[in-house]
Ligand binder design. Sequence first.
Ligand SMILES: [Zn+2]
Length: 115
Amino acid sequence: MSRGTSSWIIATGQAWKLYVTVAGLTGSLGLLTAAFFSLTSGGRLFMAFAACGLFLGAATFVWFTAALRCPHCSAKLVWTMVASRPHSSWVIDLAALEHCPVCKARLDRARTAPH
Ligand SMILES: [Zn+2]
């Protein structure tokens, strides 16, 4: 077994939020790709596709930042990491967190664990 390799995001049952986010961003990229190709056929739908793609991408990211929380203090950990880490590494640091940066509780324990 490979204990220790799974992220707190999986341990606290929030992995589905990652899948929803990936699906949303993939849909956003698909719409932006459709917008690009619509340029080759007159471009009448370019603005519609581009606007939908940008909106979906922005909405997905905003939801992701609000949905991924510490199981103990409900801190918005994405915001916390974005604000405190370099842009290049906050995603990696976020996934590798062992303790909540706000309340210092271990993140791989569910809130219902006995004290
Ligand atoms: Zn916390």
